[in-house]
Design a protein. Structure first.
Length: 278
């Protein structure tokens, strides 16, 4: 294996795979420390794609031989989910779900590597190392009280174009105020052990009722009939997946000019906005 494989290059063996993993996480460590990575964006993407292909074809070998530690130190008080993210991706064929996809959500703080209040540049920097390619665009001005707003779509490192795994919304005055997680391609996110991403309505309602009864809290229903915990900064929207509707959670804080997170929902996330996955 060369130090920087061309796009589509194949890793010859497990040693080559581990060298590629070391190179990718050295770049991640550099970003984490505020340094300039030795790998440029194209080289990083080529390595990440080669790693993903190798893991898909040699899953048992990777699971058996992968060192059980992150490649760079994490603070002792870092959440368990964040330590998992630091190690990286081991794909499970047919699911599109990886260990590093188990993001944590903290009300009023953020979800995964994203923190409410971030600027567009900070969101792009935080998200790029976790999933892959990013794109930025300007949102429709939903209300005169809202400052200019941008969306940041984050896609996975994949050989073919794929829908965004995460869409973040940042306003000029409030910063990051909303993170939408795709029902199929997005990371798995739970709130206090209640799984929220890609759920069937009836199944989620049953789990949400049990959650509310166990904790003595209230539920609220979205306009599309999804049940979730009340007063937690979570708005559950729907996303068409094939012939069924699955949950597409929005993790939010109230933006400038709005009274609640319900009034803060970006127009791009309103019911009927066209989110679907064939």
């Amino acid at each position: 294996m060369t130090d920087v494989p061309v796009p589509g290059a194949v890793l010859a063996d497990f040693d080559a795979y581990m060298r590629a993993v070391d190179a990718v996480f050295a770049a991640d460590h550099a970003r984490y420390m505020g340094w300039v990575p030795r790998l440029d964006v194209d080289a990083y993407g080529a390595l990440a794609y080669a790693i993903e292909c190798y893991e898909r074809e040699h899953l048992e070998e990777v699971l058996a031989d992968r060192p059980p530690r992150p490649p760079f130190p994490m603070p002792d008080d870092a959440p368990i989910a964040r330590r998992r993210q630091a190690w990286g991706a081991t794909a499970v064929p047919g699911t599109g779900v990886a260990e590093w996809d188990e993001w944590f959500y903290v009300p009023d703080v953020g979800v995964g590597p994203l923190r409410f209040g971030m600027t567009v540049e900070e969101v792009v920097e935080a998200a790029a190392g976790m999933l892959g390619r990013t794109g930025v665009g300007e949102c429709v001005r939903g209300h005169a009280a809202f400052s200019p707003t941008w969306w940041i779509e984050v896609r996975r490192h994949e050989p073919a174009p794929s829908p965004p795994a995460v869409t973040a919304y940042v306003s000029r005055d409030a910063g990051l105020f909303c993170v939408a997680v795709d029902a199929v391609h997005g990371p798995r996110v739970a709130h206090d052990q209640l799984a929220l991403v890609g759920r069937d309505r009836e199944e989620l309602e049953s789990d949400a009722i049990a959650y509310a009864e166990a904790r003595g809290v209230y539920l609220r229903y979205s306009l599309e009939g999804f049940a979730g915990p009340d007063d937690s900064g979570i708005v559950l929207c729907g996303q068409t997946v094939g012939q069924v509707l699955r949950s597409r959670p929005l993790f939010m804080v109230t933006r400038e000019g709005a009274n609640t997170e319900w009034h803060s929902i970006p127009s791009e996330e309103y019911p009927g906005s066209g989110h679907s996955t064939a």
